[in-house]
Write a protein that binds this ligand. Structure first.
Ligand SMILES: [Zn+2]
Length: 386
């Protein structure tokens, strides 16, 4: 079967041995596969990322001398079942799957390990337990976005975002755009997005951002008081002392009222800021711009050491959370939200290519103004993303 093989940062379209589904596994015909930012990174810097993964106990990330077939954001059709499978879907059923595969004692990430080739290929193998039918006739193009959209949904879950929240998305690459789409689907009241690229700001608008900001022109952080947030330390002192003074006028012990208010969940409002850039310095700029109690969800993957000044974050009691991947339930929920038309992610797809166009697509993705997500269609002969 045809596949795009990456070795020492070079792509070749090669004939590879037919993929075989093992125990509990299923062979898929690949319909579409998205090119992920992590694929771009692994192509050039897999050894560095591999070292970082080893520090987290994962040893199967590809290294530069190895052959790897990328592709972890895919849709496909059921072709053939391996042994010990339940075969709950008929051959030909359109499906998506979480990109993880059992191998011996461990689990490898599909498309990021030499042992588990991904979907930059005509066919790929998935775990039956992680495979899901695509509902409602959702197109294979949109279904291929289930994986990156799940990353966005998981970030919202980590941020415990409510409808009444103000959400700020810093960086509108594919990850930021996914977060914006999901914030919109969640019904979040105010979505502010920021990116230096005009093309990405346009996409942010199409994905549902209410306010789109060019950070070269103005701060992405609004007038916090206008939204009812405590803007700074003087505001915090006023809140503490002022609340005590007000409660002193009630005919009840102030500490009882305060405790009841806390039990009822009454607390100062705070925005949720999504860091979707992953470049050194961004975290500190968010800490500097955020109001008291802000929650920061870090989704952008910064591969270099970064510096923050904890004292500024302490002054604001910043709540910082990091997000990785998604759970199988979040993946399924995202797929169904997409199939029900709640997640409008069509604007993300800015091009499609065949297997012979992968190299050109990687080059094209270097221009943030033009492209967000390029899909690979293994049945297409297209050599340029269009
Ligand atoms: Zn990805």
């Amino acid at each position: 079967m045809k596949a795009v093989v990456c070795k020492n940062s070079q792509f070749t379209v090669a004939e590879r041995p037919e993929a075989k589904p093992g125990k509990g596994q299923v062979l898929l015909k690949v319909s579409r596969c998205g090119i992920c930012g992590s694929d771009l990174h692994v192509r050039k810097h897999c050894d560095h990322w591999g070292q970082i993964m080893v520090r987290s106990g994962y040893r199967s990330l590809t290294s530069s001398g190895q052959e790897v077939v990328f592709g972890h954001e895919f849709s496909g059709e059921v072709l053939e079942y391996g042994r010990d499978t339940k075969k709950f879907l008929k051959t030909g059923t359109p499906v998506v799957a979480l990109p993880a595969l059992r191998r011996g004692d461990g689990i490898d990430l599909i498309g990021l390990s030499e042992h588990t080739p991904g979907a930059y290929a005509e066919r790929t193998v998935v775990e039956e337990s992680l495979m899901m039918p695509i509902p409602n006739g959702l197109s294979p193009e949109i279904a291929a976005l289930t994986e990156p959209m799940s990353v966005g949904w998981h970030a919202l879950c980590r941020g415990e975002v409510k409808k009444s929240d103000v959400a700020i998305v810093i960086g509108c690459g594919p990850v930021g755009l996914a977060v914006i789409c999901l914030l919109k689907a969640r019904g979040v009241k105010v979505i502010i997005a920021s990116d230096f690229s005009a093309g990405r700001r346009k996409l942010a608008q199409l994905c549902g951002a209410d306010v789109v900001i060019d950070p070269a022109q103005e701060s992405p952080f609004p007038d916090w008081q206008r939204f009812g947030f405590v803007p700074d330390v003087p505001g915090l002192l006023e809140l503490a002392v002022g609340t005590r003074e007000k409660l002193g006028k009630l005919p009840l012990p102030w500490w009882h009222v305060w405790r009841i208010a806390e039990k009822l969940g009454l607390q100062p409002k705070r925005p949720v800021v999504f860091e979707c850039v992953g470049v050194p310095g961004v975290l500190q700029s968010i800490i500097d711009g955020a109001p008291q109690f802000a929650r920061i969800v870090v989704v952008g993957v910064c591969m270099q050491p970064d510096q923050i000044e904890p004292s500024v974050a302490i002054n604001k009691e910043i709540d910082m959370r990091f997000a990785l991947g998604y759970s199988p339930l979040e993946f399924r929920d995202t797929l169904h939200m997409m199939a029900e038309g709640k997640v409008k992610c069509e604007p993300l797809i800015t091009g499609q290519v065949g297997l012979d166009g992968v190299d050109a697509a990687f080059t094209a993705l270097g221009d943030p103004n033009r492209h967000a997500k390029i899909l690979i269609d293994p049945a297409s002969a297209s050599t340029q993303p269009a």
